[in-house]
Design a protein around this ligand. Structure first.
Ligand code: CA
Length: 233
């Protein structure tokens, strides 16, 4: 992977040093900030290629910082990974809805950190290339034809509603990527009727049932949302 210029925002010195050590060992260039205000200052000096952001900060919290990062044209597309403690699922949902790319729950292993980091960078790269928008997506036993709005499972055509297809295509385009209900509603809303966050749960039940033994490809991330299983098929 390319060596990245990373800004780490974390107020706990031990965790900050651990992050610096792990990231620098992998060859990345690390800048640090201990508050949201300091982070904004450093962002103004130079835009990094990735922001690792603790949510619980003194003063301006991580969510507010994330909001400002997304509002500023200079940092709107900056990949953001949130660092969270267990039990902060509401903040994770809020952060993802604000446009954060992913999150890591503390304590985490260096291996998990590097894997998430690589995944976010890879996905960002894929977004710039047309591969994700391919007419035909193959995910293990599933084949999705966007234009025809058809899904084949092991070669058999699956009868999905418009909303079910939209949800499945959204999740399958980014395996391993967690989507909040709000993000799913936002991506799917429009054509036939209003989809609510509660309706997303109902659609997921329907999708899993129709997918049969492959229903497990759609994973529930407790307290956060849903994702398509990230498996090497
Ligand atoms: Ca903290």
């Amino acid at each position: 992977m390319d060596k990245l210029d990373i800004l780490v925002v974390e107020d706990e010195p031990d965790i900050l040093e651990l992050l610096r050590h792990v990231l620098e060992k992998d060859g990345h260039m690390v800048r640090t900030a201990e508050t949201g205000e300091e982070a904004l200052q450093k962002l103004r000096m130079a835009t990094p290629q990735l922001l690792l952001l603790d949510l619980m900060l003194p003063g301006m919290d991580g969510l507010e910082l994330c909001r400002r990062v997304r509002q500023n044209p200079d940092t709107r597309d900056l990949p953001v990974i949130m660092l969270t403690a267990r039990g902060e699922e509401n903040d994770v949902v809020a952060g993802l809805n604000l446009g954060a790319d992913d999150y890591i729950t503390k304590p985490f292993s260096p291996r998990v950190l590097m894997a998430r980091l690589q995944a976010v960078i890879r996905r960002r790269h894929e977004e710039k290339t047309p591969a994700v928008e391919l007419e035909v997506m193959r995910r293990g036993p599933l084949t999705l034809h966007r234009g025809r709005r058809e899904v084949l499972v092991d070669g058999q055509l699956l009868g999905l509603t418009w909303s079910e297809f939209q949800i499945l295509a959204l999740l399958a385009a980014r395996p391993g990527w967690v989507f909040t209900r709000y993000q799913i509603v936002d991506a799917v809303r429009g054509e036939d009727y209003d989809v609510t966050e509660r309706a997303v749960d109902v659609h997921m039940v329907g999708l899993r049932r129709k997918l049969g033994i492959h229903g497990q490809l759609l994973e529930t991330v407790r307290g956060v949302g849903y994702r398509f299983q990230d498996t090497e098929f």
